[in-house]
Design a protein around this ligand. Structure first.
Ligand code: HEC
Length: 94
């Protein structure tokens, strides 16, 4: 019984850990340096911006990550989305 409980707790902790690592907009801002070669940040603001949801924003960041080079990890994409949302889009959590 105790063993099962310990195993369950260990499992829960293993799953909880990645979720606890919140996206880091400060790191996102650093990663974004690579994106500035083509456009500044004005494109993220009205009247130029086209993106209108966090979901679309994430897709766009993934698209640029694919077609351009940085090959970011998923957590880095999270960071970049968090940075763009915090400073420009301001959608808040999905
Ligand atoms: C090779 C040039 C280039 C690079 C590098 C680039 N972008 Fe872009 N990006 C563009 C162009 C051009 C557009 C406008 C496309 C349009 O108007 O449909 C755009 C549009 C966007 C938009 C949509 C803005 C909006 O709200 O309409 C986002 C978000 C974006 N880029 C993010 C990024 C990120 C993040 C990176 C770095 C990983 C990046 N871009 C790197 C050229 C680039």
């Amino acid at each position: 019984m105790i063993r099962a409980l310990i195993a369950a707790l260990a499992l829960a902790a293993a799953f909880a850990a990645p979720a606890a690592l919140a996206a880091d907009p400060v790191n996102g801002e650093k990663l974004h340096q690579d994106c500035l070669q083509c456009h500044g940040t004005k494109i993220y603001l009205p009247p130029r911006r086209k993106i209108n949801s966090v979901k679309a924003l994430r897709k766009e960041v993934e698209r640029w990550n694919d077609s351009y080079n940085p090959k970011m990890k998923k957590s880095e994409i999270d960071d970049l989305v968090a940075y763009l949302d915090r400073d420009f889009y301001k959608f808040g959590k999905p």
